[in-house]
Design a protein around this ligand. Structure first.
Ligand SMILES: C[S@@+](CC[C@H](N)C(=O)[O-])C[C@H]1O[C@@H](n2cnc3c(N)ncnc32)[C@H](O)[C@@H]1O
Length: 401
């Protein structure tokens, strides 16, 4: 459930010739792609001779999309190119309201962070206030299989072929623009920098990808964020929703890391983005920060304990452990983790034969998961989320899987 920004990092190498952008074909045998795929083959032992290509549709989505992947995953991707994000994240009423109003945020300069996104009106708790669609998707297996040089060459082709390549190139890659001393200008370097700085971890079918979402890429990190990312099933669209009410002028933030980490774990996890976090949680006075860290470390220990209790069928003891986890997560304001914990409690109560408790925990889980948007847009009306339905859909989640 946690949103993750996962720019894959690999060291820089010199590059070869410039690839010229190609024009869309007039009579097109490659539909739904608007350009002839450009392909290469893997030379890694794990995926020897696997074919990877750049597939572009300039007409799909908001900015067009380029996908670097295998022909079979491209065929799967082709089934989703007409995905309409508004109908995924909004009910028809919300859709009308959304369409008739200006967007409730703007991209502005934020001191010390380059750009960022701020609210222009009050955003309500759990409101979806931004939708975005991938502009570039890169198969992680391709990156490993074809090597950095070839991967960067194809990435540049992928960006060149977009409807508006500048949407990607104007993003602030950490190194984009300024060559370091002794560094050679290489093909695809700017594009690779932007991917490293701005891409999210996402998926398509069985494949893991780095996905570049132009709007969401402007949102800065906070360890106690006011917003979170929700992906569509295809992985091509996402919605940003508020964890709590956000005031006009307040900066929109998401967490680039899994939630629940201690201060030192967070700073270490964020080091790859090249900034030291000064969010409200990281800036707490030392005694309060230590107390928060102690609660977070205890949650981690208790989760391991609960897992062993579950495995040894000590369900009632596991429920008591789980209750302490719930209370600590509430103190730490870890809403997304709480939703999972409520599912765990439902499952434990069911295993313990306590139907009443199972229904109570299922109610808590459904409330949070529903409000967060994980049960679809009509979850309140459907009334179908009892214990069995919840465990059927979400029972595989939890700390003891
Ligand atoms: C996904 S981008 C966010 C948007 C970016 N600020 C921009 O101007 O496009 C990630 C980069 O933003 C900066 N950033 C994000 N959160 C930050 C924070 N809390 N403090 C300082 N810099 C931050 C870092 O340079 C990071 O590598």
């Amino acid at each position: 459930m946690d949103q993750l920004l996962q720019p894959g990092y690999h060291p820089r190498q010199p590059q070869g010739q410039q690839q010229q952008p190609q024009k869309p074909l007039s009579s097109n045998p490659h539909l739904p792609w608007t350009h002839a795929p450009i392909c290469t083959h893997s030379h890694s032992l794990n995926s020897l001779s696997t074919k990877y290509c750049v597939y572009t549709s300039q007409t799909a989505f908001i900015n067009g999309i380029s996908i670097l992947t295998t022909p079979s995953l491209a065929a799967l991707a082709a089934e989703h190119l007409d995905e309409e994000p508004l109908s995924i994240f909004f009910t028809p009423d919300q859709f009308d309201e959304w369409s008739s109003q200006p967007r409730p945020w703007e991209i502005v300069d934020i001191p010390g962070k380059d750009k960022g996104v701020v609210a222009t009106r009050k955003i309500r708790k759990y409101e979806t206030f931004m939708v975005d669609q991938a502009a570039v998707m890169v198969d992680l297996e391709m990156e490993k299989g074809v090597g950095l040089k070839e991967g960067m060459r194809l990435l540049k082709v992928a960006v060149d072929r977009l409807k508006r390549p500048e949407v990607v190139r104007e993003m602030s890659g950490r190194h984009a623009g300024a060559l370091k001393e002794g560094e050679v200008a290489v093909e695809g370097r700017v594009e690779e920098d932007v991917m490293m700085t701005n891409a999210f971890g996402t998926s398509l079918g069985e494949g893991s990808f780095r996905g570049l979402f132009p709007l969401v890429s402007r949102i800065n990190h906070a360890c106690d964020p006011n917003s979170f990312v929700m992906f569509s099933n295809s992985g091509f669209s996402l919605g940003i929703k508020a964890y709590r009410d956000i005031d006009p002028g307040e900066e929109i933030t998401i967490s680039y890391l899994l939630l629940g980490k201690t201060h030192s774990e967070r700073q270490q996890g964020l080091s790859r983005w090249g900034f030291t976090c000064t969010c409200a949680l990281c800036s707490l006075p030392t005694p309060e920060r230590n107390a928060s860290d102690a609660r977070r470390a205890r949650i981690t220990r208790l989760q391991a304990h609960l897992e062993s209790q579950f495995k040894s069928h000590a369900y009632n003891a596991a429920l008591r452990t789980g209750e302490e986890i719930v209370s600590l997560m509430k103190e730490e304001n870890l809403t997304a983790l709480l939703a999972d914990q409520y599912v765990v409690m439902t499952r434990l109560s069911t295993a313990a034969g306590d139907r009443e408790a199972a229904e109570m925990w299922a109610g808590e889980a459904v409330e949070v998961l529903g409000e967060m948007g994980f049960l679809g847009t009509e979850w309140r009306e459907e009334g179908r989320w009892g214990v069995e339905e919840l465990l059927g859909a979400f029972g595989g989640r939890g700390v003891y899987e």
